[in-house]
Design a protein around this ligand. Sequence first.
Ligand code: FES
Ligand code: FES
Length: 179
Amino acid sequence: MKRPVTLTINGAPHAVEVEPRALLVQVLRDDLNLTGTHVGCDTSQCGACTVLIDGHAVKSCTVFALQAEGQAITTIEGIGSAEKLHPLQAAFWEKHGLQCGFCTPGMILCAADLLSRNPDPSEVEIRHAIEGNLCRCTGYQNIVAAIQSAAAAMGGTNAERTPASTTAKPAGVPAGAGV
Ligand code: FES
Ligand code: FES
């Protein structure tokens, strides 16, 4: 039996009726058409479903939608726009931090959480922060470079300091990247 719930997503309230067993990622994608939040495993392994809840990176396949009521949910659709990319989105583009793009929304939101807590993370700290987010394409090097670049753009100073930041390639953003 469905229950009414109001979820605050990207600053706007969304009234939906959900089954108590419905996961947040299912409601985001299937009820609200916010398909930038991806499903890679459904078993809390991959991080493709990462969103921010009250500013903290959370795998949305581990949360019931009902549990998220009253909290501020941010998805990749709410972090920037095509006209004004978030510095992390711009850095992933500029540093070629993606290939297929499937992991990218989760990576960016995980990195956003990191940079909100640690504006100037070391390479080791970045790699530790994203260890719950799997990427099967990039080898991670350019993802780390992108996060370092975004940290610098947002006021940190650690970018361009390590070998990871020297691998930038010119790139466009593939379709479906969610950035
Ligand atoms: S779909 Fe949630 S962690 Fe993989
Ligand atoms: S899984 Fe393809 S870019 Fe990360």
